[in-house]
Ligand binder design. Sequence first.
Ligand code: SME
Length: 154
Amino acid sequence: MKKESIYAQVKAEILSVTDGEYNIIANMASVSCLLNLAFEDYFWVGFYIVDPEKENELVIGPYQGTLGCLRISFDRGVCGAAAKTGKTQIVEDVNAFPDHIACDSQTNSEIVVPVFNKKGELIAVLDVDSTKLSTFDETDKLWLEKIINKVFKK
Ligand code: SME
């Protein structure tokens, strides 16, 4: 099946499951689970949450995959870059990304999407990793941003 068709299907599932739910942990757990089930290439899917207790630091949230790093500063890695700039980061080869944090050396490419609430505040980032090179492109960016905005900006 084409990527677009899988995204259209999983978006409908995610919106149906999270409809009327405002708890961010419940929504993050559901999004991670359903995206992970939908795509074979997704090796690690999960959220790093902006820590209200520590300035400019992300702390691990709900995820599916191997053990993730517990904390990431806004100044480190792909997740930090997404948090700092508020822009989606697509990395075709993590080995060529300066300062990439290798929580699991099996990761070769990744996409990180910032998550905003309806007030426009950054609350987390969604990190999706693949064991293959160049897994993610503008199609993934478009669909993941669409899904994330629907679920967390309500
Ligand atoms: N990929 C991230 C680190 C988190 S783990 O891969 C789960 C980064 O470099 O920001």
